[in-house]
Write a new protein. Sequence first.
Lengths: 172, 357
Amino acid sequence: MKQYFNNIFTALVTILVGMKVTLRHLFTPSVTIQYPDVKLPLPERERNRLYVNMDDCIGCDQCARACPVNCIEIETVKSVPGEDLGKTSNGKKKALWVTKFTIDFAKCCYCQLCVFPCPTECIYMTDVYEFSEYDRNNLIYNFSTLTPEERRQKLENLEIYNQEKESKKGVS
Amino acid sequence: MIYDFFYNLTGSVIISGTVVALLPLFAFILPFALFAVLLERKVAGHMQDRLGPMRVGYHGILQTVADIIKLIQKEDIIAKDNDKLFFNIAPVLTFAGSYAAFAVIPFSSIFLGADIDLGIFYVIAVTGLVVAGILMAGWASNNKYSLLGAMRSAAQIVSYEIPTILIVLSIVMLTGTMSLYDLSENQTAYFWNWNIFGGPNLDIQKFLLIPFMLIGFIIIYISTLAEVNRTPFDIPEAESELVSGYHTEYSGMKFAMFFLAEYANMFAVSAILVILFFGGYQSPLGYLGNTLNIPWLIPIEQFFWFIFKGIFFVFVQMWLRWTLPRLRVDQLMTASWKYLIPIAFVNLLIIGVISLI
């Protein structure tokens, strides 16, 4: 009999205690963030989507070689004498046309190993992390500034130059 | 009464009858269901330190409207082996059961569908239809989870009717009336005249009754909570065990009718509690219409107080839902048969003895 009344008492008291807890939570500010409108601040050294500043790229291929998953593909064409490719921001002279520079973000593991070897610091991590796509091929980003026609032209230029060189050698 | 008002206005029995019958639905139940679903989601969210719906309208106030539009558009799926007839009748019956209860609930001293002398008895009888509808839905769905949910629901409602009725009986015995209108009229304005504080007569009996009224109120609150299948007593629709019980197989508008019936039931039950213990539509602090001498303001105030008290108890139901875990089946039966019913019975006897003094 004592147990019976004890049960009733415990039930009522525990319900009231629980209700007190939930009522307190009803008035505590919620921890939710309205995600697309409000975003959490990113950490200082966050690693997200890569970006390549092609004005500074000298086509040295070091980033592609450092990449553990081979997601960077670079193709370069030698410039012919007389063509001025300009200089990078830290004073290096550019000698190669970068005809292809693609990064496949479907493969990229965001390890940042490509960033450190770059001599001109032209490849770096940005703070963009929302770039999902419906098609996997859309994740292959092309950074090369040359159009396909320009690329073909550069290749032809080089070939013509090489042939001229060959013929000069033959003459002399 | 509202019927006479419309009868005098139109002079037709059919038109006034139809208007009076539909008025609670469109003036009250649908808006209430819209509001209550949003309130439930908001309360749930904030109790878990979330925000709840935030997208549609300011702080999500139009969320339920969007949900209703979605439900209307949905395909009405009927599985091949369902019992077609019962499957289609069940949601209508469930909703009819909970809606019929609103016929006798006095929202205010003039807004009352039918003032019948057996008011509370009628409510208890007609809400029994809900059990039939649920059992029918579970059986016709041809789904083991639905059937399990429906049978649990029937067992639960049958068990918990008894303490409810014992407490209702003690109130009826004390006041000597079953009419819900008379019950609310008896507990005249000002909160110390309410039944929970021993009724309107100021004598020794009033003070003796207060503790037993409190016990009675707690018991009827718990048992009605079980009758409308709300958590902690939601084993008929236990999501984690039974998918969602008897309305697993329903979609579109039929599901919406079950949903509407559930929320209409929540309010009906709270309204009965308010009428039995908390003075019905009576204001706790006297009427502004009396002090300002504007007689037409009084029914509006009464309507406001009734809705306010009803929604407060609906809020407490939600509050309990997000506080307590679900009971096991044996715990459910223990709570009813070993605790609520004996206590309610003893309470009935004690109130009977006190009312003899």
